[in-house]
Write a protein that binds this ligand. Structure first.
Ligand code: HY3
Length: 352
């Protein structure tokens, strides 16, 4: 154990845990931005920092995410020192199971927050200010709408994601309770399986989110066994399943996503990284061309992102595409999360 870890643990024995946050949401999905009270992770790279936190301070994640301070579907962001010289800031993402590699909905809220807080390392420009956010899967370039006036007014944010690509299409898998189901798998900063809602015997209009969540969780478990994942720079694991309205047909004017990720968390937004992965699949199938914008709607809240394939790229020998996703985050408040020393439940629990 390092000296700073020991010192920190000694501190925790003597004092209550107190963490301050700003609360935002993008498309209904929470973005709990941690501002103070969290240990600063050691490590050279952002992935080393995640490992350090996972090993030494995972109880902080549970404190911030789980009940009674959070809930099953809570999502949080921790700023860490960047190691990419192009980055204005670097962030790690926390959810109910651990730490994710990418988060589009959080980058949309963060773009505003970083400009509003003066954390951007370059001059503010109008009508957009660029903010580079280093995240575990790479550098995400965000472009924040800014209006001048008596005070800065930030608004919608678009971001250019890391290269996204189709991994496998039309894979037949056996899904517990649903039989043989055809899925696609794609990467948009994280790996997702894609399944059509009708293939699960469900419907966005009439099925409950509970039913969709349970079926998607079973798809993730089956797809994990069926598809081999690899990435040269990011940990390769199946993060979740996006249940969609159509998979192998050209999209209608608006496409619907329900993303179930980590430990069966339900994304309230259309899911930024899932949308990037879906755009890569649509581009791969010739359903979207470069520059062609499309609307992606959350099947949970009805919130929308605009997305498009911007330019081609490569990841090793795979053809990939840089995507652009646009949405808006909103402030919902600030919190001071505290823990009294003899409060065992206050450290985090879940009721399901
Ligand atoms: O928008 C996204 O990319 C994220 N939303 C929750 C799951 C993903 O990390």
């Amino acid at each position: 154990m390092t000296t700073s870890t020991k010192e920190h643990m000694k501190n925790q024995e003597q004092h209550e845990m107190v963490i301050t946050t700003t609360e935002m949401h993008t498309g209904g999905e929470p973005v709990r931005i941690i501002e103070s009270g969290y240990p600063v992770p050691q490590g050279k790279t952002i992935l080393d920092k995640i490992e350090y936190l996972r090993k030494n301070f995972d109880h902080y994640r549970k404190f911030v995410i789980l009940e009674p301070h959070g809930h099953f579907d809570m999502y949080a962001v921790l700023f860490v020192p960047p190691d990419d010289p192009e980055a204005d800031v670097a962030t790690i993402f926390l959810h109910n199971e651990g730490y994710s590699t990418m988060c589009g909905h959080a980058c949309i809220s963060l773009g505003r927050y970083i400009v509003d807080k003066g954390l951007v390392q370059r001059p503010i420009t109008y009508p957009e200010t660029q903010v580079n956010i280093q995240v575990p899967c790479g550098l995400v370039k965000t472009f924040v709408s800014v209006q001048s006036g008596d005070y800065l007014k930030t608004g919608p944010v678009r971001f250019e994601s890391v290269p996204s690509f189709a991994v496998a299409t039309d894979v037949d898998i056996h899904v517990e309770g649903h039989g043989s189901v055809t899925v696609d798998v794609a990467y948009g900063g994280a790996f997702y399986a894609f399944v059509t809602v009708s293939d699960l015997g469900l419907d966005f209009g009439t099925s409950s989110i509970f039913e969709i969540n349970r079926a998607a969780t079973a798809v993730t478990a089956a797809a994990k066994k069926a598809v081999r994942l690899s990435h040269p720079d990011t940990p390769a694991f199946l993060y979740g399943t996006v249940v969609v309205d159509s998979r192998d047909r050209p999209p209608s004017t608006v496409s619907t996503n329900v993303c179930i990720f980590a430990d069966s968390e339900t994304d309230r937004s259309p899911c930024g990284s899932g949308t990037s992965a879906r755009i890569a699949l649509m581009y791969h199938r010739g359903h979207l061309s470069l520059g062609q914008s499309h609307t992606f709607r959350s099947g949970v809240t009805g919130s929308e992102f605009q997305g498009r394939p911007l330019k081609e790229a490569r990841v090793d020998d795979k053809q990939a595409v840089i995507t652009e996703i646009q949405g808006q985050g909103y402030y919902t408040g600030r919190s001071v999360l505290s823990l009294e020393q003899n409060d065992k439940l206050g450290r985090g629990f879940l009721v399901r």
